[in-house]
Write a protein of this length. Structure first.
Length: 74
């Protein structure tokens, strides 16, 4: 099965805008900073529960989830 890589640059920007650092966001999300880093670099995928919680924490509009979590890296 082909692995899909997502572009999380917009998500990273929103994390810095709302939380100031990945560490602060990872704590609020309930994952370690290393786990968040691995997800943002594509080593692991975000779970549905993490995406839902992240959307709430980052105050993302429901229609913009794709832009933040499913933009395919080219």
């Amino acid at each position: 099965m082909e692995r899909i890589f997502f572009d999380y640059s917009k998500l990273s920007g929103r994390i810095k805008e709302k939380f100031g650092s990945q560490k602060a966001f990872s704590e609020a999300l309930g994952v370690s900073e290393a786990t968040l880093s691995n997800k943002l670099t594509g080593y692991y995928y975000f779970t549905q529960a993490e995406i839902k919680k992240a959307c709430q924490l980052l105050e993302l509009e429901p229609g913009t989830v794709t832009e933040y979590f499913f933009a395919v890296k080219v």
